[in-house]
Design a protein around this ligand. Sequence first.
Ligand code: SAH
Length: 213
Amino acid sequence: MKDTFKHKGMRNKLVETITSKGIQDKRVLEAIRNVPRHMFMDSSFEGHAYQDKAFPIAAEQTISQPYTVAFQTELLKAAPGSKVLEIGTGSGYQAAVLLFMKFKVYTIERQLELFKKTSLFFKKMGYRPKKFIFGDGYKGMPEEAPFDAILVTAGAPSIPKALLSQLKVGGRLVIPVGEESQIMTVVIRKSDKEFEREEFGSFKFVPLLENKN
Ligand code: SAH
């Protein structure tokens, strides 16, 4: 699959769409303008890749809607070079957006099929997260903690304690919380023991699942 002039044109339109929906962060918009989303999707959906919609990937999972990816990334408020942990690698699109923004990216996927597929894809495309593991996002990545920011890309019934403990002081956890639908929630670590919580509207994600193993 190639990235053509036509794809670039469609990405410019997509950037206009998400700007009109309220995304302002220039670095986020540049990432959406540059990451070739169609390459993260099955070829049967290629023609739809630049619609602002979620689409199926493997293992009954979805690539998030571009607006949602942009909104969550904006909420991280992280500077280039920050250590960012993503829970739910899926197609790798969100991770590629984070890499484009020059974050150090750590990412976890629990579906083996997706983990294998996306590992190969990252290699082929030259995307280099610091670490990409097959595992349970509820546990985070304690061996690499603390993180400047943690981004959860699946709906969590409640906020996993392990993720809070892996945030730096001043760090931010961006997580959709809820079962049927989710409230986008940001938890900021104010000190060792103090956390502040902010909420930002309703979204629909696939569920953050407990591990089968
Ligand atoms: N960020 C992805 C979105 C994928 S959808 C993208 O850009 O394409 C959410 C992903 O979270 C799915 O791939 C799902 O398998 C994964 N997931 C669900 N529960 C998980 C868990 N406990 N740990 C890690 N990943 C999980």
